[in-house]
Design a protein around this ligand. Structure first.
Ligand code: HAX
Length: 439
């Protein structure tokens, strides 16, 4: 076993023992009451999962193993001459629970580079799609094609003891994370760059190499990738992509199948696809107004029009957050340093000034503030990555770090199959409203 895997096992064994003690002593403690409205309305606010990698506070935003995004930007190791954290460092933190040293991160970068070879049949699956297919469809299909490599599925077929599940899930998680940038870059170059592919550079870090394979050599774009792949990695356990990965994994579907499920969820416009929708919405607004930098008054009128048409304003609102998303702030700070004069970025900042009071005035939107997706596309556009239907794939590459670290923990802690109870409205009528219902 590599030292990282040994260390993970040590941490997991100690934690598993701790959890057993907690359940023994406090297992019958009630933590909250659940209302019928919560059951009908997307289980909002119901605590039903343990996800060790990160915790979301409604006002403060995400903390990864206790560290906020500004703290991570300061504490995690960086590339040579870089300012932004290396996402490998965040993965280490989520997996092991401690801030890694530069050596730890170098080691992890090297492990990922060694495992990054993608078998040709995966590219053949991508090639079998029309280039018009959405990149998220191609991405998910490629992940499923890669499933044939699953060490967990193979070992399970051959008869695997429960106590060893974690070890094979860990191996699959590492390999999958290592290969995702190559798969994503292949989809990008095939669809938008005439199939002129760029070979990986094993000397680069995981995010730097992703930028390189996409075809962007600008050092500040590589820095953006390091930041982007760090901040999109995890958002506790209840969001659709994390929850779907965890849920499917709980059936002992291997990490490839589980992660593919997470990605089909990320592809929804209310979740990860919102980053694409934001850019489309801004583009449509600019086109309709015939103005690349609409005034605040014009933006306000366009937001009201969007709401009047019964559509959502993409990039705004959140199921848990009640303040500006710190992931939005981190990107805004990056843009202020690297590209403050870009028209679309200035428009993103103007929307940020104008949208919240309008959304708040509707009286129904619980969080009028921007989320991560409100800013990301404009930054990518600035560097020439203009194809917005690819943006959710980039989000997916990052999300793998969080949900696969969590999947390792799920199996190491022996979490059982997930199976919440559901009810029918007839059950509600009979048991809560005390009506007589025909059987
Ligand atoms: N524009 C218009 N209406 C909105 C809205 C927005 N940005 N945000 C919420 N609402 C509406 C809801 O549709 C809902 O309307 P109805 O009662 O008519 O159904 C009402 O306000 C109450 O919703 P809520 O309780 O405030 O929000 P939810 O927890 O139900 O939904 C969403 C959270 C993120 C899905 C929602 O805010 C939304 O649709 N936002 C726009 C899409 C978006 O940016 N998604 C990305 C979220 C972050 C993420 O996962 N990134 O990957």
């Amino acid at each position: 076993m590599g030292y990282l895997k040994d260390l993970f096992k040590q941490k997991a064994d100690a934690h598993s023992k701790e959890i057993k003690g907690i359940i023994e002593k406090y297992g019958n403690t009630k933590i909250e009451d659940v209302t019928l409205a919560q059951v009908y309305q997307g289980m909002r606010g119901i605590t039903g999962l343990v996800t060790e990698t990160s915790l979301l506070d409604a006002n403060e935003g995400i903390r990864f193993r206790g560290y906020s995004i500004p703290e991570l930007r300061e504490k995690l190791p960086k590339a040579e001459k870089g300012n932004e954290p290396l996402p490998e460092g965040l993965f280490y933190l989520m997996l092991i629970g401690e801030v890694p040293s530069e050596n730890d991160v170098d080691h992890l970068s090297a492990v990922l580079a060694r495992r990054s070879h993608v078998p040709n049949y995966v590219f053949a699956v991508i090639e079998s799609f029309p280039t018009s297919a959405h990149p998220m469809t191609q991405f998910t299909a490629a992940i499923l094609a890669l499933q044939t490599e699953s060490k967990f599925a193979k070992a399970y077929n051959e008869g695997l003891s429960k106590k060893d599940y974690w070890s094979f899930v860990y191996e699959d998680a590492m390999t999958l994370i290592a290969r995702l940038p190559r798969i994503a870059a292949y989809i990008y170059r095939r669809k938008y760059r005439n199939g002129e592919h760029i070979q990986p550079d094993g000397m680069l870090d995981w995010a730097g190499n992703f930028a390189h394979m996409l075809g962007f050599e600008d050092e500040s774009f590589k820095e953006l990738m390091r930041l982007y792949l760090t901040i999109h990695a995890d958002h506790e356990g209840g969001n659709v992509s994390a929850h779907a990965t965890h849920l499917v994994g709980s059936a002992l579907s291997d990490p490839y199948l589980s992660f593919a499920a997470g990605m089909t969820g990320l592809a929804g416009p209310l979740h990860g696809l919102a980053n694409q929708e934001v850019i489309r919405w801004i583009d449509e607004m600019c086109k309709e107004l015939n103005n690349a930098e609409p005034s605040k008054e014009e933006i306000a009128a366009y937001i009201k029009k969007t709401l009047a048409e019964g559509k959502v304003v993409p990039g705004y609102g959140h199921a848990v957050l009640r303040k500006t998303d710190p992931r939005f702030i981190a990107q805004m700070e990056f843009a202020k340093r690297h590209c403050p004069d870009n028209s679309m970025i200035k428009t993103v900042w103007n929307i940020y000034e104008v949208a919240p009071p309008i959304l708040e005035n509707t009286g129904k939107i619980k969080n009028p503030w921007p989320n991560v997706d409100a800013h990301s596309g404009a930054l990518l556009k600035h560097y020439g990555l203009i194809e917005e239907d690819f943006y959710t794939v980039m989000f997916g590459v990052s999300r793998a770090l969080g949900v696969l670290a969590s999947l390792c923990w799920d199996r190491a802690l022996g979490f059982p199959i997930e199976r919440p109870k559901s009810i029918t409205t007839d059950w509600v009528k009979k048991n809560i409203m005390k009506e007589t219902v025909a059987e």
